[in-house]
Ligand binder design. Structure first.
Ligand SMILES: NC(=O)c1ccc[n+]([C@@H]2O[C@H](COP(=O)([O-])OP(=O)(O)OC[C@H]3O[C@@H](n4cnc5c(N)ncnc54)[C@H](OP(=O)(O)O)[C@@H]3O)[C@@H](O)[C@H]2O)c1
Length: 282
C-alpha cells in the first residue's frame, strides 16, 4: 500500500512558514493576476490564488479583461504592470481566448516578474540547468518529492505530457536533479512499455483514470497532475484506488499536486520581491 503524498498538508505547512518569513521581512510583496474572459475554472483558480495571497500576507491585484479583448489590449495591461514598481509578480491565467496570441502576451511579461516561469528567457534558464523562475506545478512537485525524501538522482523518470506549463518544465527539473528522463506524448508509440520503466511516473495528460494499475511498475512513485471531471467528481489521470495498491507513493486528486502549485506561486512571488528589493539597493 502506497504512501499518500499529501500536498494539502505540505502546502499548508509551507504557507505558514512563508507567512512568518514575509512578516519578519520589511517587504510588502504584491502579485497581479490577469484573467481574460469568464471561464469558470480559470476564475476559480484565480480566486484560490488571491485567497492564498491573503493567507500569507502578499497583496494581490486582480485584473479582469473582457473575453473579446485583443492581444494588444492584454499586452498593454501586462506592460503597465511591468512598469508598476509595487508589483513583484505577474500571472496571466491560461488558457487565453482563441483570438489572443498567448506567446506574445507571455513574451511581454518582465522576466523578473514572471513568477509562473513561462517567459522564454526563464524557460531558457531552466533548460540550461540554472532556473530562476520555473513553472509552479513542476516546482511544487519537486518540493513534494523533497519533503517526502523521495530520491530523484539516478532514478528513471517518465513524464507523460509535453505542455509548456507542466510536461516540459517538469522534465527539465527532473533532469536538473539528475534523473534519467523520458518524455511521452500522444504520438509515443508504445506508451505502456515506457510507463513500465518508470521509477517516478508523472502524468500530465488530462484524461480521467487513463493510467491503471497494470501500467505501473510495482514500487513506482506516481505523481498525478491531471484534473478531470468524472461522474461529477474531480479525479486525476491515474486510477488512484487501483494504483495505490502497487505504487510505493502516490499523490491524490484533489489534495496532491494542486495545493503545491499555489504554495509555489506564493514562494516565487516572495522570491521576486526579495530579488527586486536587492536590485533597488545595488
Ligand atoms: N494540479 C495542477 O496544479 C495542474 C496544473 C496544470 C495542469 N493541470 C492539469 O494537468 C493536466 C494536463 O495539463 P496540461 O496543461 O499539461 O495539458 P495539455 O496542454 O492539454 O497537454 C496534455 C499533454 O498530454 C499528452 N497526451 C494527451 N493524450 C495522450 C495520450 N493518450 N498518451 C500520451 N500523451 C497524451 C499531449 O500530447 P501531445 O503534445 O502530443 O498533444 C500533451 O502533451 C490537465 O488535466 C490539467 O487540468 C493541473
Amino acid at each position: 500500500m502506497a504512501t499518500i503524498l499529501d500536498g494539502k498538508t505540505t502546502s499548508e505547512k509551507r504557507l505558514e512558514l512563508l507567512r512568518e518569513e514575509i512578516k519578519a521581512s520589511n517587504l510588502h510583496p504584491h502579485l497581479a493576476t490577469i484573467i481574460v474572459g469568464n471561464d469558470p475554472a480559470s476564475e476559480m483558480y484565480v480566486r484560490m490564488k488571491h485567497r492564498a495571497c491573503e493567507k500569507v500576507g502578499i497583496g494581490s491585484v486582480g485584473i479582469e479583461i473582457p473575453p473579446e479583448a485583443t492581444t494588444q489590449m492584454v499586452v498593454n495591461r501586462v506592460r503597465a504592470l511591468n512598469r508598476d514598481g509595487t508589483i513583484d509578480g505577474i500571472l496571466v491565467q491560461l488558457p487565453l481566448p482563441k483570438q489572443i496570441d498567448t506567446e506574445r502576451v507571455i513574451g511581454a511579461i518582465d522576466p523578473a516578474k514572471d513568477v509562473d516561469g513561462y517567459h522564454p528567457e526563464n524557460m531558457g534558464h531552466l533548460f540550461l540547468g540554472k532556473p530562476r523562475f520555473a513553472s509552479c506545478t513542476p516546482m511544487g512537485i519537486m518540493t513534494l518529492l523533497r519533503e517526502y525524501n523521495i530520491p530523484v538522482a539516478g532514478q528513471k523518470a517518465v513524464v507523460v505530457g509535453r505542455s509548456i506549463d507542466v510536461g516540459r518544465p517538469m522534465a527539465a527539473l527532473l533532469l536538473n536533479a539528475d534523473a534519467t528522463v523520458t518524455i511521452c506524448h500522444s504520438k509515443t508509440e508504445d506508451l505502456a512499455e515506457e510507463l513500465w520503466r518508470a521509477d517516478i511516473l508523472i502524468s500530465a495528460i488530462g484524461k480521467a483514470h487513463f493510467i491503471t494499475a497494470g501500467m505501473v511498475k510495482p514500487g513506482a512513485v506516481v505523481i498525478d497532475v491531471g484534473i478531470n471531471q468524472l461522474d461529477g467528481k474531480l479525479v486525476g489521470d491515474v486510477d488512484f484506488e487501483g494504483v495505490k495498491e502497487t505504487a510505493s507513493a502516490i499523490t491524490p486528486v484533489p489534495g496532491g499536486v494542486g495545493p503545491m502549485t499555489i504554495a509555489t506561486l506564493m514562494e516565487n512571488t516572495f522570491r521576486s520581491a526579495k530579488e527586486r528589493a536587492c536590485d533597488r539597493v545595488l
